[in-house]
Design a protein around this ligand. Structure first.
Ligand code: NAP
Length: 447
């Protein structure tokens, strides 16, 4: 029997967990994993904070999937540009869309696009060494920064801005990020939360880390101290709220950097002419219908940098049904829907399927769902008459970075790190990544 041939678009956790689950189907299978980047692991590499080492170590599991001889990695291949979705559908029995959510949401306030105002996702990509973000994108040449949002990304970004550069310099961040963090003038970070402490979407453990930062005072507004906790509050939300109340009691004033937590505060304008000089913040409250409404006169906050951390957004792919309202492909139960009905041989997993929420482990559930759907469809998939084959697709992609290419990049980064007494230092430009992928042996310092 011919193997079941599957193309997975996206080599992040969603794509690789799905590839791994397909290997367990109990039938001969070959999985080709395509990615726009020359490196695998998606958000694990370019989203998980560099100091979250336990989470980063999940890369070992994902690498095991890539190491399976039935799996082929094809990096530096943009589906929709280098190869069409149609070409993949003609060559594979099944195509899995697992390409994540590379876009970000806007605040939709005046001044948002001034220099100095950016999506937190771009800042995260910058400190993670993403090749799409030039080294000089962030200078940290300001004493005060604002971060808008109450999710785990906002918490990550605030922590990286305030953490001791020596600690971050020991992680895998690229050299230019180490230099910028060491030169950083940031002393005050204002975290703006448009609702209250009980509505924040951050996690307890993630929030706790903010209170553990060396030489950082956490300044919590006085209302939080008197906050009443409802009896039916979920346990982790209760712990987070109690921790905020403890912080509100702590003496402040001795540390050299400060994190200011502003609840019930939403930005209504970014100020500045040539660059950001401040933020106009409006106090908020819930009205009798639970809607967020203004609660007083807006006031100014002097900041030289604004990072909006108000959520990611999935992007569309040519010829793939997409729901503009929510920024996902149209799918149900792991199956892609065309005109409201499941499309045989098309599946979806991860953020592009269910939206930008959930932890890395949530992708395992998506992967199981897709594998179960493929198992159910197996006879029909194997009966599909294909007009092409993967070999023909590969032939049109001579510059694709294979698993060997990725191993060479990996070795080069480890070598670069070893030269600086750290486990790894990221290579962060397209040219340097492509050059490293072509070299069989570790390379010396590259930027
Ligand atoms: P998120 O949890 O959805 O948080 C988005 C935040 O933006 C919410 O606090 C939201 O407030 C706020 N917001 C939305 N529109 C706004 C506006 N116009 N003005 C002001 N605030 C606005 O998303 P995320 O932080 O991007 O995280 C994405 C996913 O990745 C989450 O599931 C997260 O847990 C996960 N993640 C986990 C970690 C980790 O270390 N565990 C790290 C990073 C990310 P409202 O609630 O009021 O809408």
């Amino acid at each position: 029997m011919d193997p079941l041939r599957v193309a997975v678009i996206g080599a992040g956790p969603a794509g690789l967990y799905t590839a791994g689950a397909l290997l367990e189907l109990g039938v001969p299978v070959e999985v080709d994993v395509y990615d726009r980047l020359p490196t695998p692991f998606g958000l694990l590499r370019y989203g998980v904070a560099p100091d979250h080492l336990k989470m980063k170590s999940l890369a070992v599991q994902l690498q095991e999937v890539l190491d399976d001889p039935r799996v082929r990695f094809l990096g530096d291949v943009e589906v929709g540009r280098s190869v069409s979705v149609d070409a993949l559908r003609c060559a594979y029995h099944a195509v899995v869309y697992a390409y994540g959510a590379a876009g970000d949401r806007a605040l939709d306030v005046p001044g948002e696009h001034l220099p100095g105002s950016a999506a937190a996702a771009r800042f995260v990509n910058w400190y993670s060494g993403h090749p799409d973000v030039p080294a000089d994108s962030f200078s940290l040449d300001t004493e005060a920064a604002a971060v808008v949002g109450a999710g785990n990304v906002a918490v990550d970004v605030a922590r990286v801005l305030l953490k001791s550069p020596d600690e971050l310099a020991a992680t895998d961040v690229p050299d230019h990020v180490v230099a910028a963090l060491r030169a950083s003038r940031v002393r005050d970070v204002h975290l703006l939360v448009r609702r209250g402490p009980l509505q924040a979407t951050w996690g307890y453990k993630e929030l706790r880390e903010l209170g553990e930062l060396d030489d950082v005072d956490v300044v919590v507004d006085r209302h939080t101290r008197a906050l009443e906790l409802p009896a039916d509050l979920a346990p982790m939300a209760r712990r987070s709220a109690q921790m905020l109340q403890e912080w509100a009691e702590r003496p402040t004033g001795s540390a050299s950097r400060r994190l200011h937590l502003h609840f019930w505060s939403r930005p209504v304008a970014v100020q500045g002419s040539a660059a950001v000089t401040g933020l106009v913040v409006e106090p908020t409250r819930f009205d009798e219908h639970g809607l967020l409404v203004p609660a007083g006169e807006p006031h100014g906050l002097t900041v030289g940098m604004v990072l909006r951390s108000v959520g990611y957004r999935g992007l569309s792919l040519p010829d793939v049904p997409y729901d503009e309202r929510v920024g996902t492909v149209t799918a149900a139960g792991g199956r892609l829907l065309r005109d409201g009905a499941s499309s045989l041989g098309e599946y979806a997993a991860g953020w592009i399927c269910r939206g930008p929420v959930g932890v890395l482990g949530t992708n395992k559930l998506d992967a199981e769902l897709v594998a179960a759907a493929v198992a159910e469809d197996l006879p029909a998939l194997q009966a599909r008459v294909l007009s092409s084959e993967p070999g023909r697709v590969h032939a049109g992609l001579p510059a694709a970075v294979t698993c060997d290419g990725w191993r060479a990049i990996d070795a080069a980064e480890v070598q670069l790190g070893a030269e600086q007494s750290r486990d790894r230092a990221k290579i962060s430009s397209w040219d340097a990544l492509r050059a490293a992928a072509r070299r069989p042996a570790p390379v010396p310092a590259v930027v």
